[in-house]
Design a protein around this ligand. Structure first.
Ligand code: GSH
Length: 246
């Protein structure tokens, strides 16, 4: 029998795909060490480990072999510990498609919508570190920080409004995936973790609570990611930007 591989997970504390990778490791019962990157230097730190162009978290190093990105991590973990499978048969192909959709279409909303909301309620940034609302000096910092994230993530008021307008269709798609049995089952597969981790972040935005309440995404998010700090009080987004709950 070969020895268990030595695994290091590199992440950033608030990163939802890092959280998804960590929960995948835990579900499989694989031992690992988690190392946080240094916010601001994380791009160069990740490139130094994972190679040029691999600037984002998460990544894992398996006995010296770098595996970069949430989807490659899920696939590699299934090779290391096949059970419980993150891409279980007979639905593996559908799970792979849903995981890809969650990564390519949904995941960015877990960055743009919280940073979008924090522009309007910057004092709430403190809650994402597990604290309370920031004091005026902290809020000055948060205003500058949120502005930098808007630039970095290409957020604009127009894009934010469009993201919000498009959210109900994405929530419908998640319900459809659950109705079809691709996500929302007994165990967590890769798509549950990919989609659920993004929805978990969206649940920190008070304005979105009515939209998310009772939907499959909410159920999956709360089940696999019970703890995620942060709360932007309702009323952050300008009136009329958040679609009505159905
Ligand atoms: N879609 C990729 C990318 C992940 C991603 O963009 N991660 C964010 C954190 S949530 C990140 O590293 N952002 C830092 C940056 O872009 O500088 C994945 O799932 O691995």
């Amino acid at each position: 029998m070969s020895a268990a591989p030595e695994i290091t997970l590199h992440g950033l504390p608030p990163s939802h795909p890092s959280m998804a990778a960590e929960v995948a490791l835990r579900i499989k019962g694989i031992e690992f060490e988690r190392v946080e990157m240094e916010m601001g230097r994380h791009n160069e730190q990740m490139e130094a480990i994972y190679g040029a162009g691999n600037r984002t978290v998460p990544g894992i190093v398996v006995d010296g072999e770098p595996v970069h990105g949430s989807r490659p991590i899920f696939a590699r973990l299934d090779e290391i510990a096949p059970e419980p499978a993150l891409y279980p048969e007979p639905i593996a192909a559908a799970v792979r498609d849903a995981d890809r959709w969650g990564d390519e279409e949904l995941q960015d909303l877990g960055r743009r919508l919280p940073w979008g909301a924090l522009h309007f309620r910057p004092e709430a940034l403190g809650t994402y570190g597990g604290g309370g609302a920031l004091d005026p000096a902290g809020t000055d910092f948060a205003i500058r920080f949120a502005r930098a994230t808007w630039k970095y993530h290409g957020i604009s008021a127009e894009r934010l409004a469009a993201d919000l307008a498009g959210l109900p269709a994405k929530l419908d798609r998640i319900d459809e995936l659950a109705d079809a049995g691709v996500i929302g089952g007994e165990g967590a597969n890769a798509a549950d973790l990919q989609i659920g981790s993004t929805i978990r972040v969206l649940l920190t935005i008070g304005d979105l609570e009515p939209l998310l309440a009772g939907r499959a995404g909410e159920r999956i998010a709360r089940r696999w990611f019970p703890d995620y700090a942060g709360h932007v009080p309702a009323g952050a987004f300008p009136e009329g930007w958040v679609p009505a709950a159905r």
